[in-house]
Write a protein that binds this ligand. Structure first.
Ligand SMILES: [Fe+2]
Length: 184
């Protein structure tokens, strides 16, 4: 049971508990993703450096704002927000950042993959909130997903025409991480 605080919202404790668990999973994923995108922001080099450096920062800012929304909705439902870095490591849905990424396209591919996984997690959350008859959580997640999917479009547009992503394939399965450079 993950409800910790009293709530006068007229949903059963069991329902609120399930919503809180889902929100905490998304919170952990957002905390992880925020710092993964910052990792890309800090370490990217190569062509289109400035535009990609700035785009990553914008995406990271969005994800950080989403983390706040997940945490505060969990709180409103009587839950305890699990948002520390260590809790995020335990609960995130993402793989660790690809530390072998060097050039700009490598970083964009990793970020597209992680943002696509995040988008899928938020979409699953919308379905879960719908199933649990909580339109407020579903609406909040829907608003968030609109931002995430727009960011995904901006990011994946950087890979258009590249050999590692095609129009027919959809992320994240289309994104193939390159092997580490033998000189890295
Ligand atoms: Fe910065």
């Amino acid at each position: 049971m993950t409800t910790k605080f009293p709530s006068h919202i007229n949903l059963s404790r069991e329902t609120r508990s399930e919503l809180i668990d889902m929100l905490n999973t998304n919170l952990a994923t957002a905390v992880d993703l925020h710092w993964q995108v910052k990792q890309a922001h800090w370490n990217i080099r190569g062509s289109h450096f400035i535009s990609r450096h700035l785009l990553f920062d914008k995406v990271a800012d969005h994800v950080r704002a989403h983390a706040d929304e997940f945490a505060e909705r969990a709180g409103a439902l009587g839950g305890y927000a699990e948002g520390t870095i260590r809790l995020a490591v335990k609960n995130t849905e993402l793989q660790e950042y690809d530390l072998s990424a060097v050039n700009g396209d490598d970083h964009v591919r990793v970020v597209v993959d992680r943002v696509a996984r995040y988008a899928a997690s938020v979409r699953e959350g919308i379905q879960r909130a719908d199933d649990l008859n909580d339109p407020v959580t579903a609406d909040m997640l829907t608003q968030i997903l609109g931002v995430v999917e727009e960011d995904l479009w901006f990011l994946e547009s950087h890979l258009y025409g590249s050999a590692t992503i095609t129009r027919e394939e959809s992320a994240p399965s289309a994104i193939r991480e390159e092997p580490a450079s033998p000189n890295a």
